[in-house]
Design a protein around this ligand. Structure first.
Ligand code: CAA
Length: 415
C-alpha cells in the first residue's frame, strides 16, 4: 500500500488486520456456506475497539473519524467481504445519531455501540422505495407522548441481529420537504418483528431481512433530533458519510480477490511454467492492481473530505462509492478468470468474492444514483468556471449558446 495515511489510521489498520486474520478469514467460507453471522469475529472487533473508531471521544468512542473507519472496513472486507458489510452497517446505522441526534440520544446509545454492546442497522428502504427514498410509506403517527409506527421495511441489512434500528417513517404525508422523520427503535419493542430473511447470492454472513412494524409505539424521546420532518435530510447526510465505508468494502474485496489471484497465478502451472509468467495473465494482474490502488486513493480522499466536512463531500463520497464498487466487480470477475475453471467452483475463495461483490453496485444507492449525484454536484460547480466564457467568442455565444428557457434537463428525477 502506497497511500500516506495518518498515524492514527495506520494504528487502526494494524489492529483491524490482526482481527481479520485471526477471527474473520478463518471463518469466511463456513459463514458463507451456512449463512451464519460471525458473532465471534464481531465480538473480537468490539473488544479490539474497532466498533468505536468513528464515534467521537465524548460518546465513548476513539474519535478517529471516517478515514480510520475506511481502513478498518477495508481490512475486514479483504478477509471476508460479507464481514466487512456486517461491520460497516453499524457505522451506517449510527451516523443518523451523529448527524441529527439530540445530546441525550447520543449519550444513551453511542457508548453502547462503541463498546460493541449494541449492534445497529439502518431501515430506510421499502418494497417500493429504494432509489426513490423519498417515496417511502412506513407511517409514524403522533399519539400523545408517543409515535406509533406501522408498515414494512425491506433490505434491512443486519436487521435480524440488531439491537437498535434507525427507522425512517412518514410523519407528515401532506408535506413535500418535511414528510419524513427518523426514529430510534429498540429490539424487543412490541410490534417490531423480523420478517423474511432474504436468500441472497452473496454477503451471506450478514442476514438481510424485511422488518415489520405492527403498531410499534415509541416515546417521543425516540424521534431523532426531537424535531419531526428532518428525516430525509438525516438520511441523505448519513449516506454521504457512509458511502466511503461501502467504497472501502469494495477496495477490501478487490484487494482480497487480487491477493488470492496472485498466489494462485504463481503456483498454478500450465505449459510447463507458472501462469504468472504469461503476459496475458500479467496484464490482468496489473490491471486489477491499478484499479484497486486508484480506488483506494479515491476512497481515502472521500473519507478525509467527510472528516474535514469539505463542501464537496457529497460528490466525493458518491464518486468513491461508484468507482470503487464498479472496480470491485471487475477485479473479482478477473480473479475468477485467473483461476479458470477452478474459479467457478466454490472450492476456492474467489467465487465468494465474485458473488459478494455484485451488491456493492446496488446498496447504499445504486451506482446509477451515484452518477446522478456526481453530475448534479458538478453542474452546481459550473458557476466557478464562469471565467471560461471569456474564451468563447462573443458572436459564437450569441449564435450558438442562447440562454435556456426553463427547460428541465433530462435525467432529473421526477422530471
Ligand atoms: N445532504 C443534505 N440534504 C440533502 C442531500 C444531501 N446529500 N441530498 C438531498 N438533500 C435534501 C435537498 O436539499 C432537498 O431539501 P429541500 O426539500 O429542503 O429542498 C431534499 O433533500 C430533497 O432532495 P432532492 O430533491 O435532491 O431529492 P430526490 O428525491 O431528487 O432524490 C436522491 C435524491 C439522490 C436520488 C436520493 O433519493 C438518494 O440518494 N437515493 C438513493 C437512496 C439510497 O441510497 N438508498 C440506500 C438505502 S441504505 C442501504 O442500502 C443500506 C444497506 O442495505 C447496507
Amino acid at each position: 500500500m502506497t497511500v500516506n495515511l495518518t498515524a492514527e489510521a495506520l494504528v487502526w489498520q494494524k489492529i483491524a488486520r490482526e482481527v481479520a486474520e485471526e477471527y474473520v478469514r478463518p471463518r469466511a467460507a463456513e459463514c458463507d456456506r451456512k449463512a451464519v453471522y460471525n458473532f465471534e469475529g464481531m465480538t473480537a472487533a468490539g473488544e479490539a475497539g474497532l466498533l468505536s473508531v468513528w464515534i467521537p471521544k465524548e460518546y465513548g468512542g476513539a474519535g478517529a473519524g471516517i478515514l480510520s473507519l475506511a481502513v478498518v472496513v477495508e481490512e475486514l472486507a479483504r478477509a471476508d467481504s460479507g464481514f466487512g458489510v456486517a461491520f460497516a452497517v453499524n457505522a451506517l446505522g449510527s451516523f443518523p445519531l451523529l448527524v441529527g441526534g439530540t445530546e441525550e440520544q447520543k449519550r444513551r446509545y453511542l457508548p453502547r455501540i462503541a463498546k460493541g454492546k449494541a449492534l445497529i442497522s439502518f431501515a430506510l428502504s421499502e418494497k417500493n422505495a429504494g432509489s426513490d427514498a423519498q417515496s417511502l410509506r412506513v407511517r409514524a403517527i403522533e399519539d400523545g407522548d408517543s409515535y406509533v409506527i406501522h408498515g414494512e421495511k425491506k433490505w434491512n441489512t443486519g436487521g435480524p441481529v440488531s439491537d437498535l434500528f434507525t427507522v425512517f417513517a412518514v410523519t407528515d404525508p401532506s408535506s413535500k420537504s418535511r414528510r419524513i422523520s427518523a426514529f430510534l427503535v429498540e429490539k424487543g419493542t412490541p410490534g417490531l418483528e423480523i420478517g423474511k430473511v432474504e436468500p441472497a447470492m452473496g454477503i451471506r454472513t450478514i442476514p438481510v431481512s424485511e422488518t415489520h412494524f405492527k403498531g410499534v409505539r415509541v416515546p417521543k424521546t425516540q424521534l431523532l433530533g426531537g424535531v419531526p420532518g428532518l428525516g430525509f435530510a438525516h438520511a441523505m447526510k448519513t449516506l454521504d458519510w457512509a458511502r466511503p465505508g461501502v467504497a472501502s468494502q469494495a477496495v477490501g474485496a478487490a484487494q482480497g480477490a487480487l491477493d488470492y489471484a496472485l498466489v494462485y497465478a504463481n503456483r498454478r502451472q500450465a505449459f510447463g511454467a507458472p501462469i504468472s509468467s504469461f503476459q496475458m495473465v500479467q496484464k490482468m494482474l496489473a490491471d486489477m492492481a491499478m484499479k484497486t490502488e486508484s480506488a483506494r486513493w479515491l476512497v481515502y480522499a472521500a473519507a478525509s473530505a467527510v472528516d474535514r466536512q469539505d463542501p464537496a463531500l457529497t460528490k466525493m463520497s458518491a464518486m468513491a462509492k461508484c468507482y470503487a464498487c464498479d472496480i470491485a466487480v471487475e477485479v473479482a470477475t478477473d480473479a475468477v478468470q485467473v483461476f479458470g475453471g477452478y474459479g467457478f467452483m466454490e472450492d476456492y475463495p474467489v467465487a465468494k468474492f465474485y458473488r459478494d461483490a455484485k451488491i456493492l453496485q446496488i446498496y447504499e444507492g445504486t451506482n446509477q444514483i451515484q452518477r446522478l449525484v456526481i453530475a448534479r454536484n458538478l453542474i452546481k460547480e459550473v458557476a466557478g468556471l464562469a471565467h471560461l466564457d471569456a474564451y468563447i467568442p462573443k458572436e459564437v455565444q450569441r449564435d450558438h449558446l442562447p440562454a435556456a428557457e426553463g427547460r428541465v434537463p433530462q435525467g432529473t428525477p421526477g422530471a
